[in-house]
Structures are given as structure tokens and as C-alpha cells.
Ligand binder design. Structure first.
Ligand SMILES: [Zn+2]
Length: 432
């Protein structure tokens, strides 16, 4: 994963651009991928696909020809989708178009103006502070032309066409944690799912430019939306913080219950936050009206804030491979696979027994004097095995991990006391 990051990170992966396409084509060599293309100008719901943007050359110079900023040195020196501009400007005029990072004086900020366009350059605050001349020369040779927005799709076919969506975005130029880390973890998870036994659910991994990529894909696949039963956005998975799970817009959905309770069993240091409280991303498009797929997101956001500052180097030239490690990417892959593993196993637990189970007779009795908590838990789980509770429902009601409930349910399964059903199967007698 880190090798792939080292290969792709510095590319100018603007939302519709040649280098975005090159990066996606490179990823298609890692996992079997279908690449969808949506032409510039096309209407997608209330949006339209932007043109392809290419910056050929850009710099800021003193009038004596001393170069202060050069796009050739770093892709973040030019606002993504900047209008072209050439000319001599006053210092005041330049400062209106020169962006700096609000917190990091030594970093170049990531600034984009995809729709409300203007020309713009980006520089460290330290450089801006040195601009004392009356006038400067600006050159931004950028072109807008018809192109194709690309979305990569990896399908892991399941026994059922009900689909779980995995999504990550590839579009930030010369940055790593946001969100090349989500992309490489997504590819790794897809590869492992493809090499394992056929899952029950179908999985689709989408690698796309943020927001507009999700809109383009969803508006072209409205027929698939009813089968999308849940999803997970993968974001910022390489920095040095524990995992954070952000709930979907439907916090009482089965996917939310399952992933939240399984997360507790997988990441003891992490925390869980409500929808839109951790970091906003493509999960917004999936959760939105008319789509309403309960999509959670997993990240390593340091602390929630709005506007978001998910980690120190966020949206800056300091978001480099130096802040991510292979170990953390592997740990994130394991957590994501663990969540999906729980999702696969989450079914209704149907009792074959009536009354309380004769625990000592079945060899599953827990001595309440030695282990009062364990004994209580056993009974609390047992009394919810009624064909109307899934494993996740039980874990959620009892506020314990999915894995803790599963441990007890697997004992019941072993003793042939329960069976699992994909649909509810109430065993309570019907009373008028
Ligand atoms: Zn971002």
C-alpha cells in the first residue's frame, strides 16, 4: 500500500484531469476495475460535469525576473481549476489571489475553485510575509477543455445482489492521507474479499473524484440504488490516531447497529460520532434524499471540528507519505475487513428452544457467584433470541460489542439451540 502511495501521491490528480486518469489506470492494475467515463457538461441530477483542467505552467516572479513560486516545484502552488492569467499586478491585487494556510505558516495550502472560478496562487505564509515590492508578474497558463470524469468500480460479486458500497476519493493533487490512504485501503480490502470465499452480499468499491464523482455514478446507476443496503466511506487512514467511525444519516439502521457494535470489538482506543460530526465526504451523497443509503465513514480524524481540521497536515503540502505508515494502513484494512465480516454474519437469531435454556444441561452454565457479569450477559442475550432480533440488534440493545454477542450465539449454534435467518422469523405466539 505504501509503495502505491509513493508512486501516486505527487501526481496532479485534479477532479477531471489526465493525471487523475493515469492514477486510476495504475490502480486498475492492482484490482479488476471497470472505469466509467462521464463527459464534461453532462447534467447529473442538479450538477454538471466540469471540464478537464490542465495547468501547463505557472509562476510568480518579481519584476526583475526572480522566481518566487513555481508550479513545476509543487502542484499545490496553483488553485485547482484556476482561471488562466498573465500580467503584472500590484502587490494588493496579488494578495487578493494569493492563498496561505490558516494554521501552518510553512505549508502550501490546498485551495480549489471548481465552480466559482477565479485565478489564484498558493504559497506558504512565510513567503507571503516577504512580498514587499509594489508589483509582481503572474503567469498561469491553464486550459479548460471537454474531457471525461472517471469513476473506477471494483465489484466483488456475492450470493445476493444486495450491495454494500465502499467509497474513497482519489482527487486531491499531491496529498496522501486525504484520501489516497482510503483508496489503497479500499483496494487492499477488495483484493482480500476477491481472494476469499464468495460473500453473501455483493460489494462495490468506487474510486472517484470527491462529490461530483459520487453524483455522476449514482445518477447513472439509479437502478442499483434500491439494492444498496449500506456503505462505508474510507478516509484519512494513515495518520497517527485511533480509528473513528461516523454514523450514517439513519443511526438506527441495521448497518449502523452492526458496524458500530463491531467497531467496539475491533478498536478499543477509537470513538464513534454522529453523522456530519466527524468529517464530511462522499457519504453525504449516498445518505441524501432520494438515495438514502445508510453510509458510515471510517477515518483517523484527530478531533471533530467545523470547519474540519481532521489532522494537522490536512489540505496542505505537509500531507506527504511521511505522515503515514504501512502498519497503520494494514491495521485500517483489518478493521474494515472486521466490520464487513460482522456485516456478513449479522442475521436474525431464531430460537429453537422455548423457555430459558437448561444451561447446565447443555454445558454452557456460567457460575453467577464467580462471574456475575458473564452470567447476566448470557441470559440477556438468550432472552433476545426470538427471531425478531439480529445479532446487531442484541449488541446495540445491550450496549456491548457485536463480537461479544457472537461468541454466545456461536455457542447456541453449536448446541443446535438457535438458527440464523436473513429475514425476521418471530417465534412469539400471536395473541389477539
Ligand atoms: Zn479533502
Amino acid at each position: 500500500m505504501l509503495e502505491l502511495i509513493n508512486e501516486l501521491w505527487f501526481m496532479k490528480r485534479d477532479i477531471v484531469s489526465d493525471e487523475f486518469d493515469r492514477a486510476l489506470n495504475r490502480l486498475a492494475k492492482e484490482v479488476p476495475m471497470k472505469i466509467h467515463a462521464y463527459p464534461s457538461g453532462e447534467q447529473c441530477w442538479t450538477w454538471h460535469i466540469p471540464e478537464k483542467w490542465t495547468c501547463h505552467e505557472a509562476y510568480l516572479e518579481t519584476l526583475k525576473g526572480k522566481r518566487l513560486i513555481d508550479y513545476a516545484d509543487h502542484p499545490l502552488h496553483v488553485v485547482s481549476y484556476s482561471l488562466p492569467f498573465e500580467g503584472v499586478v500590484t502587490r494588493d491585487e496579488l494578495l487578493k489571489h494569493l492563498h496561505v494556510h490558516p494554521q501552518l505558516p510553512e505549508a502550501i495550502p490546498f485551495v480549489f475553485k471548481y465552480y466559482e472560478r477565479d485565478w489564484g496562487l498558493c504559497a506558504p505564509q512565510t513567503l507571503k510575509d516577504q512580498l514587499k515590492d509594489e508589483a509582481y508578474r503572474v503567469v498561469i497558463r491553464a486550459t479548460f477543455e471537454p474531457g471525461n470524469l472517471k469513476v473506477g468500480e471494483v465489484v466483488i460479486p456475492g450470493e445476493n445482489q444486495k450491495t454494500f458500497m465502499l467509497v474513497a476519493h482519489l482527487c486531491h493533487p499531491a496529498m496522501v492521507n486525504d484520501d489516497l490512504t482510503g483508496v489503497v485501503v479500499g483496494c487492499e480490502v477488495a483484493r482480500r474479499l476477491l481472494s476469499g470465499p464468495k460473500p453473501y452480499y455483493t460489494y462495490r468499491l468506487l474510486i472517484l473524484p470527491e462529490t461530483i464523482g459520487s453524483i455522476a455514478y449514482l445518477s447513472h446507476h439509479e437502478n442499483l440504488i434500491p439494492d444498496m443496503v449500506g456503505g462505508l466511506f474510507l478516509e484519512m487512514l494513515g495518520n497517527d490516531s485511533p480509528h473513528v467511525l461516523q454514523a450514517s444519516f439513519q443511526p438506527n439502521s441495521q448497518v449502523d447497529y452492526c458496524l458500530k457494535t463491531a467497531f467496539r470489538g475491533l478498536e478499543t482506543q477509537g470513538y464513534i460520532g454522529a453523522y456530519r460530526t466527524i468529517v464530511p465526504n462522499d457519504e453525504r451523497q449516498f445518505n441524501s434524499p432520494g438515495v438514502r443509503v445508510p453510509m458510515l465513514s471510517i477515518s483517523r480524524v484527530e478531533k471533530p471540528s467545523y470547519p474540519p481540521v481532521p489532522y494537522r497536515e490536512y489540505h496542505s503540502s505537509l500531507d506527504t507519505p511521511a505522515i503515514v505508515t504501512q502498519e497503520r494502513l494494514e491495521a485500517s484494512s483489518r478493521v474494515v475487513l472486521g466490520l464487513l465480516h460482522a456485516w456478513e454474519r449479522n442475521q436474525y437469531v431464531v430460537n429453537k428452544f422455548k423457555g430459558e435454556i437448561f444451561c447446565s444441561g447443555y454445558g454452557i452454565w456460567i457460575d453467577y457467584r464467580l462471574n456475575p457479569q458473564g452470567s447476566l450477559r448470557l441470559f440477556e442475550i438468550m432472552e433476545r433470541c426470538d427471531g425478531e432480533h439480529t445479532v446487531a440488534d442484541i449488541a446495540n440493545e445491550l450496549d456491548i460489542s457485536f463480537q461479544a454477542v457472537w461468541e454466545v450465539i456461536s455457542q447456541f449454534l453449536e448446541k443446535d439451540l438457535v438458527w440464523l435467518s436473513r429475514t425476521s422469523h418471530p417465534t412469539t405466539p400471536v395473541r389477539d
